[in-house]
Design a protein around this ligand. Sequence first.
Ligand code: NAD
Ligand code: TYD
Length: 351
Amino acid sequence: MKTYLVTGGAGFIGSNFVHYMLNKYSDIKIINVDLLTYAGNLENLKEVENNPNYRFVNADITNKDAIERIFAEEEIDFVVNFAAESHVDRSISDPEIFVKTNVIGTTNLLNIAKHNWLIGDDEFKEGKKFLHVSTDEVYGSLGETGFFTEDTPLDPHSPYSASKASSDLMAKAYHDTYKMPINITRCSNNYGPYQFPEKLIPLVINNCLNNTDIPVYGDGLNIRDWLYVEDHCKAIDMVINNGRLGEVYNIGGHNERTNIQIIKTIINYLNEKVNGNITEDLIKYVKDRKGHDRRYGIDPTKITNELGWEPETKFEDGIIKTIEWYLSNKEWMENITNETYQEYYNKTYNK
Ligand code: NAD
Ligand code: TYD
């Protein structure tokens, strides 16, 4: 029975990963360590909270004692590090917490895993691995052509992507210096259930349902490469099991869309499905994000050729599944868009 220490498992991708893994394997144990910041929500994990193979620990990844205690209590085989501050806009107004959680937190986890797994000079216990979940944003911004490969130089622009790149480099350093068994994955933009509505897709759905303006940054023509969250979870599972030690794997399914295309797709679906008052009149062009990356696009050749990963969900299907999930889970959205969220939203958009 393998034991996974999943950090940030109460957030968007982490909770989808916990569900994916517990549905797929009956012979694994998952310890979910999460600080439950604004982005962490135990409602995402209601269905697994009584599963005997699942345990939740409310702790900060920067806290040495708390993380050491988990390693003392459990024989951890894999660390899957999702825990992070993850929103670019928040990183622009408050960068320091991104350094604390993303860089210092990741380093703390690497260090404690190393102490527990090292059995000799450069020798680690058999079968251990630290998988650090990163993002394509560490590569910076693309022009109209070309894709990010694993060899693309790191060129992060936002405090968020700079903190992720820094944590990637710490994971790399633990491999290069101590021969620690690590992998780094760099995925493109995810969408799907349980995503906090500060991110584009759930924000647009939420605003449409509340008949609120949809803020479009700049000209709306920035491009993101969208991947359904379950396809990301599947890729992480494959990298844990078969990824070559020390390697980086890019994850993305060639699904590039401009922001305005995404917004119009959602409006048109909700207009037909929910309410004829949901129209493109809700679109409001606003001041551009500072340092706004123009285009992201992943070349997933390495993970496809080496591990046989391919995305299963086409964007056209995934976006409908996603919108339908939010329509069926209005209470989830109401609970998460509480007073604190409203304060954040008003501060960000109604200056
Ligand atoms: P999220 O913001 O939804 O969730 C982050 C989780 O981490 C939350 O549950 C939060 O409570 C927890 N957390 C924050 N600080 C913590 C701390 N100090 N200690 C313990 N837990 C803490 O983020 P997400 O969108 O699910 O992203 C997860 C990971 O995947 C991040 O590392 C992010 O950089 C990466 N990623 C995200 C995307 C995307 O499109 N969302 C794409 C590629 C990579
Ligand atoms: P976001 O979901 O924040 O992800 P990221 O910046 O990490 O890619 O934003 C996706 C794109 O949508 C990005 O180009 C910024 C844009 N955007 C808007 O135009 N309006 C919004 O309200 C938000 C949240 C994002």
